[in-house]
Design a protein around this ligand. Structure first.
Ligand code: FPP
Length: 258
């Protein structure tokens, strides 16, 4: 059937009809952000406690990092703990707070060897000391690395981030350093915790949920969205490559016409 129409369907349609394509080396998204979801459901499916899902989720973090690096992605932001996640049972929160430390104990040397720069965004105030210590050590030891930026959103909430940023700008207005008219989109972006990073080109969410859940609300204004039913612990190199290939097939119009 496809063959009959080969002469007049374009390469893009042909690719769409023949299943997932491999991503090309051109037009790789600079910044990919991921809402890692479904750890609990994955564990439940296997009759195991939720924390087993989080533990496996940590392995998927490694897979996603390697796959992103391999593709030449510059920034990978992972939503590891939201400001709303504190409402979970204490044992689960404690477990989640130990994961960054465990991940870094296992992987930091390798991340350093791969020239990865570790960063963190979110509210540092009420993170346990041991979590902060591990993250600070990783950010310090990798700060001069020039490869993939692996950015963990930890105790992160976009609305809070916006409130903090806007407060800071308001203080400058109050102090007479700037006028209200000077406030523009660049200024707001610069006052967010993503700082000098470009906005995500591609936002991925796993587990079949179709929500943004207070994640990078300002920064994803023009991001391409990609959803998969796979639970986060199932997320593989192939999922990332499929998402990037799909991204490359889309035409970003930024509200205009192409
Ligand atoms: C959502 O799944 C996932 C989280 C709240 C935690 C995400 C954390 C990891 C994947 C591990 C982080 C690793 C490092 C290195 C920081 P869920 O528990 O909400 O799943 P559910 O919706 O199925 O209940």
């Amino acid at each position: 059937m496809i063959n009959r129409f080969r002469s007049w369907i374009g390469p893009k349609e042909r690719e769409q009809m023949s299943g997932p394509a491999e991503p090309s080396a051109e037009n790789v998204p600079q910044h990919i952000a991921i809402i890692m979801d479904g750890n609990g459901r994955w564990a439940k499916k296997l009759g195991m406690p939720r924390i087993v899902g989080h533990q496996s989720g940590m392995k998927a973090v490694k897979r996603a990092t390697i796959a992103a690096d391999e593709l030449g992605v510059r920034y990978l932001t992972l939503y590891a703990f939201s400001t709303e996640n504190w409402s979970r049972p204490k044992e689960e929160v404690d477990f989640l707070m130990r994961l960054p430390q465990e991940f870094l104990a296992l992987e930091l040397e390798e991340l350093i060897a791969k020239n990865v720069q570790v960063r963190m965004m979110g509210n540092m105030e009420n993170l346990p000391e041991h979590t902060l210590k591990a993250m600070r050590e990783a950010t310090r030891r990798t700060q001069d690395n020039t490869g993939l930026v692996l950015n963990f959103a930890l105790n992160y909430g976009a609305r809070r981030e916006l409130v903090e940023g806007i407060r800071e700008i308001a203080r400058s207005v109050e102090a007479g350093r700037i006028r209200a008219e000077d406030i523009d989109q660049e200024m707001i972006s610069a006052h967010l915790q993503s700082g000098d990073m470009p906005d995500p080109d591609l936002l991925i969410r796993t587990s079949g949920e179709l929500r943004i859940s207070n994640f990078m609300l300002w920064q994803i204004a023009y991001s391409e969205l990609w959803f998969t039913d796979a639970y986060w612990p199932e997320f593989s190199r192939e999922h990332l490559r499929e998402a990037v290939a799909e991204y490359q097939r889309r035409t970003r119009r930024y509200g205009g016409l192409k």
